[in-house]
Design a binder for this molecule. Structure first.
Ligand SMILES: Nc1nc2c(c(=O)[nH]1)N[C@H]1C(S)=C(S)[C@@H](COP(=O)(O)OP(=O)(O)OC[C@H]3O[C@@H](n4cnc5c(=O)[nH]c(N)nc54)[C@H](O)[C@@H]3O)O[C@H]1N2
Ligand SMILES: Nc1nc2c(c(=O)[nH]1)N[C@H]1C(S)=C(S)[C@@H](COP(=O)(O)OP(=O)(O)OC[C@H]3O[C@@H](n4cnc5c(=O)[nH]c(N)nc54)[C@H](O)[C@@H]3O)O[C@H]1N2
Ligand code: SF4
Ligand SMILES: [Mo]
Length: 591
C-alpha cells in the first residue's frame, strides 16, 4: 500500500492509502473513509491539458521547454504562482527565478490581511490544534463556511454550543444555537462591543491579563470610543443578542473559528486583531480547549531551502506590464485575481507561459502551455494550514502527460547553462528532516500542543498586544459615482454588498464553474432571470437565484463564478498585502 495525502488547497489535508496505480479512498483512520467531492473531481472528472503547445501548435515536451528557456533567457521575467497544489516542491521554481534574476510576488489572494492582524497581536501565527478545538464547550464560527470549505472539520463541533456569525444563513447557521446575521464588513465593531461588555459584566480573566495582557486597561478605554447604541444600530443587533452571545462565549472553554470571510476588506487586519483582543480579554490563549483558530502559517518554524533574495511585486495588483515574460504556475490569475479588466490589460501582449493541469482563462491567453503533473504523479511533502501535521505525498500513478515542478526547473536551468540545483530527494529530505514524529504523525517544527501557553512572540515570553487604533475611510457611495456616470442615469440605484464565497462544486476556479447571483426574493427578481451586475470596476451578466438565506442588502456571487472578478477592486489591504474582494458595492439591473 502507498500512503499519501491530498494536495488540494484545503485546510483538511487528508491522508489516504491506496494500491500502487489505483486511485484512493480516504484514509479510514483519519476521516470517514469517503472520497471527498473535490478529490473525486480531480481524479475522475477534470479535463486535463495533455499536450504542450507553443503558439497554439502541439509540440513535444522538449520543444516546449526550449520555448520556455528562450523566453526566460532574455528580458524581464515574473513568476506568478497560485495555490493549485499545496506541496512544498511548488516553490522550487523560485530557484530558477533567482538564477535568471527574475521577480516573484509578495502578498496573498487569500488570508493575508487576517494573518497580519494576528501577527500584530500575537507576534506569530500559530495553529490551534484540532484536538483543542474538540475540547471546547462553545464554538463561534465567525465568517467561515465549514460545510463547504472544510467538511472534515465539522465533526469537531459535535455536542458543542454553536454561534455562527455570518451575513448568510449557512447550513451550520440553521443548526446553530445562535446565528448573528451580521451586516458585512462590520465584524470589528461586534468584537469591540463584545469586549466592552466582557469588562462591564466582570468576565475579564484578571489573572491571565496580569501576566500576558497588561495593556487591557488601555484597550478597555479604546472600546469606549465606540458608542454602544450607534454600533448596535449599525450591526442590526439588539442588547438581547449581545447578552446571549456573552452568555455562550463566557463558558469555561470557548474557541473562535475564524474564516477568510471577515477579512476580504482593506481593514481585514483590524478584524482579526479585534477578535484576538476579545479572546485575550477572556484569557482564551494558552488555555485548554480554547483559543482562536484561523488559517495558520504552514511553513512556520521550517528553514526553507527555497528562500531567495529575488525582487518582489504585489500579488494582488501585479504590474504585469513591467515584464516581458510571465510564468504562471498552479494558478489562474485571469479569473482568480481581483479586477479582471485591469489584469487583462496589464497582460496584453506579454509572453505568458502557463504551467498547470487544466485549461482555463489563463491558459487560453498563453503562448506556451506546459502540462503539469497532479499530486498522484509525483513525490512531495504536504504542510497544512489547519494543523501542524506534515504528510509526505508519495507517487501513486505514472503521469499521463505532465512534468513535475522539479524536472521543469532542472530542465530550464540546464538549457540556460545556469548553476545546477540539487537532487529532488535532497530537497524533500531537507523538509522532512526538520519534522518530528508524535503519535504516529510527522509534525512541523512549529508544533506545540497548546500554543501561547508560555506567552507570545517567536520565542514566547512576550505579552499580547491589544488593538489600539482603527482607521477606515471606505465610503461606498463614492465608489459608485463612476458607474452612475457610465450609465448616464439619474435614477436612485440600490447597491448591495458583494459577497464572494466558496462553492462546493469547485476548488477556487478548478472543476465546476457557476454563473449565478443569489439575491433575497423580496428584491423582486425572478429565478432564472438574466441580470447585469455592475460595480465601479466593471460589469458582467449572471443568472438570478433567489434565497431567503441571505440579507436583503447582499448579492452573493461565488468565487468560482465566471466574471465575478470583473466586479472586484485591485486594492491591497492596509496590512498584509492581501486582496480585498468584498470592498465593493454592486448594482443589479435587468438586461
Ligand atoms: N472573487 C473572489 N476571488 C477569489 C477568492 C474569493 O473568495 N472571491 N478567493 C481567493 C483565494 S482564497 C484563493 S486561494 C485564490 C486561488 O486562486 P489560484 O491560486 O489562481 O487558484 P485556482 O483558480 O484554483 O487555479 C489553480 C490552478 O492550478 C493548477 N494546478 C493544480 N495542481 C497543480 C500542480 O501540481 N502543478 C501545477 N503547475 N499546476 C497545478 C490547475 O491547473 C488550476 O487551474 O483565489 C482567490 N480569488
Ligand atoms: N469546496 C471548497 N472548499 C474550499 C475552497 C473552495 O473553493 N471550494 N477553497 C479553499 C480556500 S483557498 C480557502 S481560503 C478556504 C476559505 O474558507 P472559508 O473562509 O470558509 O470560505 P469563504 O466561503 O470565503 O467565506 C466564509 C464565510 O464568510 C462569510 N462572510 C462574508 N463576508 C463576511 C463578513 O463581512 N463578516 C462575516 N462574519 N462573515 C462574512 C460568507 O458568507 C461565508 O459563509 O476554503 C478552502 N476550501
Ligand atoms: S477535504 Fe480537502 S484535503 Fe480532504 S480530500 Fe477533500 S479537498 Fe482534499
Ligand atoms: Mo484561499
Amino acid at each position: 500500500m502507498i500512503r499519501s495525502a491530498c494536495g488540494l488547497d484545503c485546510p483538511d489535508s487528508c491522508a489516504f492509502e491506496t494500491e500502487p496505480g489505483t486511485f484512493p479512498t480516504l484514509h479510514p483512520r483519519t476521516h470517514n473513509g469517503a472520497l471527498c467531492r473535490l478529490l473525486n473531481h480531480s481524479i475522475h472528472h477534470a479535463e486535463r491539458i495533455t499536450t504542450p503547445t507553443v503558439d497554439g501548435v502541439e509540440v513535444s515536451m522538449d520543444e516546449a521547454l526550449d520555448a520556455v528557456a528562450q523566453r526566460l533567457g532574455k528580458g524581464k521575467s515574473l513568476l506568478w504562482r497560485g495555490s493549485g497544489n499545496f506541496g512544498v516542491m511548488q516553490q522550487i521554481t523560485d530557484l530558477l527565478m533567482e538564477r535568471i534574476g527574475g521577480t516573484l510576488t509578495r502578498g496573498s489572494l487569500c488570508d493575508g490581511a487576517g494573518e497580519a492582524g494576528i501577527i500584530e497581536g500575537r507576534g506569530v501565527n500559530r495553529t490551534l490544534p484540532p484536538e483543542e478545538i474538540a475540547k471546547a464547550d462553545t464554538i463561534v464560527v465567525w465568517g467561515r463556511n465549514l460545510d463547504i470549505t472544510s467538511t472534515h472539520t465539522k465533526h469537531l463541533l459535535k455536542g458543542k454550543k454553536i454561534i455562527v456569525i455570518d451575513p448568510v444563513r449557512t447550513p451550520l447557521a440553521k443548526e446553530a444555537d445562535l446565528h448573528i446575521q451580521i451586516r458585512p464588513r462590520s465584524d470589528f465593531y461586534l468584537a469591540m462591543v463584545l469586549s466592552r461588555f466582557v469588562y462591564m459584566h466582570d468576565h475579564e480573566e484578571k489573572e491571565w491579563l496580569e501576566e500576558f495582557g497588561t495593556g487591557f486597561g488601555e484597550f478597555y478605554d479604546f472600546t469606549r470610543e465606540f458608542r454602544i447604541k450607534a454600533i448596535l444600530h449599525h450591526l442590526d443587533l439588539s442588547l438581547d443578542d449581545i447578552g446571549e452571545m456573552l452568555y455562550l462565549i463566557t463558558q469555561p472553554k470557548t474557541v473562535f473559528m475564524v474564516g477568510t470571510g471577515v477579512q476580504k476588506y482593506s481593514t481585514g487586519h483590524y478584524v482579526l486583531r479585534a477578535i484576538d483582543s476579545l479572546a485575550a480579554s477572556l484569557g482564551l490563549f494558552g488555555k485548554e480547549g480554547s483559543g482562536v483558530s484561523y488559517n495558520g502559517s504552514s511553513k512556520l518554524g521550517f528553514e526553507n531551502p527555497f528562500t531567495t533574495k529575488c525582487k518582489r511585486v504585489s500579488k494582488v495588483k501585479t504590474p504585469f506590464e513591467q515584464f516581458d515574460t510571465v510564468l504562471v504556475q498552479g494558478g489562474n490569475p485571469l479569473a482568480s485575481m481581483p479586477d479582471t479588466a485591469r489584469v487583462e490589460e496589464a497582460l496584453d501582449g506579454k509572453e505568458i507561459v502557463y504551467f498547470g493541469l487544466y485549461p482555463n482563462e489563463t491558459s487560453a491567453k498563453a503562448s506556451v502551455v506546459i502540462p503539469a503533473m497532479n499530486f498522484f504523479e509525483k513525490d512531495d511533502v504536504r504542510l497544512s494550514y489547519g494543523d501542524t501535521v506534515v504528510r509526505p505525498m508519495n507517487k501513486v500513478t505514472e503521469s499521463v502527460a505532465g512534468i513535475s515542478e522539479y524536472e521543469f526547473t532542472k530542465a530550464i536551468i540546464e538549457r540556460l547553462g545556469l548553476k545546477p540545483i540539487e537532487s529532488e530527494e535532497h530537497y524533500l529530505e531537507r523538509w522532512l528532516e526538520q519534522c518530528e514524529e508524535t503519535d504516529g504523525e510527522l509534525r512541523s517544527p512549529a508544533h506545540t500542543p497548546l500554543p501561547y501557553s508560555d506567552g507570545f512572540g517567536e520565542d514566547g515570553g512576550d505579552e499580547f498586544e491589544f488593538v489600539d487604533d482603527y482607521d477606515d475611510d471606505f465610503e461606498s457611495n463614492k465608489h459608485l459615482t463612476k458607474f452612475r456616470k457610465i450609465k448616464d442615469k439619474d435614477v436612485e440605484i440600490t447597491e448591495y454588498w458583494l459577497l464572494t464565497t466558496k462553492s462546493k462544486k469547485a476548488l477556487n476556479t478548478q472543476f465546476g464553474r457557476e454563473d449565478t447571483v443569489t439575491l433575497h426574493p423580496s428584491i423582486g427578481f425572478e429565478d432564472g432571470e438574466r441580470v447585469k451586475v455592475g460595480s465601479e470596476y466593471g460589469e458582467h451578466e449572471f443568472i438570478v437565484k433567489n434565497s431567503e438565506d441571505i440579507r436583503k442588502d447582499c448579492a452573493v456571487i461565488r468565487a468560482n463564478a465566471y466574471g465575478v472578478n470583473r466586479l472586484t477592486p485591485s486594492i491591497e489591504s492596509i496590512e498584509g498585502n492581501s486582496a480585498c474582494y468584498q470592498e465593493v458595492k454592486v448594482v443589479v439591473e435587468r438586461v
